[in-house]
Design a protein around this ligand. Structure first.
Ligand code: PMP
Length: 442
């Protein structure tokens, strides 16, 4: 033990016992940062005997690791003095140009100057929220919405107002009503956060006609749009949809990522923003991290130059399509009557709604005991809704494991439905309330 180390004491200056002696020091925004109640279960859920339909980890097995390791070694040998050095907060220029080529696949024609490279699109989300949201400002988001975005909005004390979605994505009329209601209540609506393609967690895609309508509503009401599109190139038939940014250059901030189309561990994402906003994003990025990792950006840039990245994306599409098929056919085969689920044509997720009386949050420990894990719908709402929903990921387990996982899950659900029929609704309800998501459930 270090002889200079002071003994810490659980007794505070006022003599009170406190598990966290720093509790009185935290900024108000830190109170929104609480660990997920399901985090403890994830240690168990990641054991090999448990089929995890919970995590949203991309399947990297198809990546050409051998040739990649050679490229990375060569990169350090040739360009190490640049790759291992600080860079600009704006991002490596060559990569920014290549990102423009990637975005063009979805009809987005941005200028490399208007693009900021970030540490995953998660950091882009953080920067956007940081520059736009004061505590109490309203962010509109689909209900349900991406767990990591909700965590960011909570960290900046923004208030999330959920907007209804259906099989065709965000409902335009609900959006209009939400804006009007918030304004009537004297609230400042800062932006709409939306995931138009292959939604996380809902698995739905925003109908093209609705895109125009939504942009129109936002422009008319002076609400900025933040379009989060990490899955857009993972359509199972190779189909893409016109990005919102391709239809409105002035009022949309577009977020992209290499996490699902290449390698999530490199943490390379980006934001494309109207020019003035881009300035602020770069300043915020400097304050947050000085610059994104140069080496990782150069690895991505080299990969885009030397590898058949379009072919790689096609192979990801095929793998995920097979897994989606395995999940849908297992759901059809095993799920008890009264369950409903979405039918994604891209991405990683199916959103399952269970019969009335079953509480997916309360059921989770029993599912893990039956060796299957999922994420309860409550993690995807800022207001505790979602007890009758769960997110099932098909991206990581093999088709056989998916089949087995869904079979186990159906068995647990049948048990819950029986219990409900026998003992009524109060038998196993969990306490509901806002739940701060765990980062490893994204
Ligand atoms: N947005 C959505 C909708 C996501 O699903 C994710 C990752 N799960 C992210 C953003 C963050 O991705 P990354 O930071 O890895 O680019």
């Amino acid at each position: 033990m270090n002889p200079y180390q002071r003994q810490s004491s659980p007794v505070t200056a006022t003599g009170a016992h406190n598990l966290d002696p720093h509790l009185h020091r935290y900024a108000a925004r830190a109170t929104g940062m609480t660990a997920s109640e399901v985090r403890a279960l994830f240690a168990v859920a990641s054991r090999p005997e448990v089929v995890s339909l919970a995590g949203g980890m991309p399947n990297l097995a198809a990546l050409p690791l051998d040739s990649l390791s050679g490229e990375i070694a060569d990169l350090v040998a040739r360009d190490g003095m640049t790759a291992l050095q600080y860079g600009s907060a704006h991002g490596v220029p060559a990569l920014r140009e290549q990102i423009c080529e990637v975005m063009a696949l979805e009809g987005v024609y941005g200028h490399p100057d208007d693009l900021v490279v970030t540490v995953g699109s998660q950091m882009a989300l953080d920067l956007v929220t940081r520059i736009f949201c004061d505590p109490g400002d309203v962010v509109l988001a689909e209900g349900p919405s991406y767990v990591g975005a909700l965590g960011t909005f909570a960290a900046y004390q923004a208030e999330v107002v959920h907007v209804a979605m259906d099989a065709e994505g965000l409902v335009p009329e609900s959006l209009r009503q939400a804006i009007v209601a918030a304004r009537r209540a004297g609230q400042r609506v800062k932006f709409l956060y939306t995931i138009p393609n292959f939604h996380n967690p809902a698995g739905t895609t925003l109908a093209v006609a609705r895109r125009v309508e939504i942009l129109d509503i936002c422009a008319r009401h002076g609400v900025l749009v933040v379009e989060d599109n990490p899955y857009g190139l993972l359509g199972f038939d190779g189909q893409t949809y016109p990005a919102l940014r391709s239809m409105d250059l002035d009022n949309v901030i577009y977020l992209g990522s290499f996490s699902k189309t290449f390698a999530s561990g490199l943490r390379v994402g980006w934001a494309l923003a109207p020019h003035a906003v881009r300035e602020k994003l770069v300043l915020a990025a400097e304050a947050a991290a000085l610059c994104p990792p140069t080496l990782n950006q150069m690895i991505v840039s080299r990969y885009l130059t030397t590898h058949d990245w379009r072919g790689q994306i096609k192979s990801f599409q095929q793998t995920y399509r097979e897994r989606r098929d395995a999940m849908l056919s297992a759901l059809t085969q095993y799920m008890p009557a009264g369950c409903e689920w979405t039918d994604p044509d891209g991405g990683f997720f199916v959103w399952l709604t269970v019969p009335d009386g079953v509480d997916t949050k309360a059921m989770l420990p029993r599912a893990v005991t039956a060796r299957v894990a999922y994420v309860s719908g409550t993690g995807f709402y800022a207001n505790g809704q979602g007890n009758r929903q769960m997110r099932l990921s098909f991206c990581y387990p093999t088709p056989e494991r998916i089949h087995e996982g869904v079979r186990r899950l159906a068995g647990v659900l049948e048990g819950e439905i029986d219990l409900y029929r026998t003992f009524g609704p109060t038998s196993r309800k969990s306490a509901t309330g806002p739940q701060t998501p765990s980062p490893n459930t994204e």
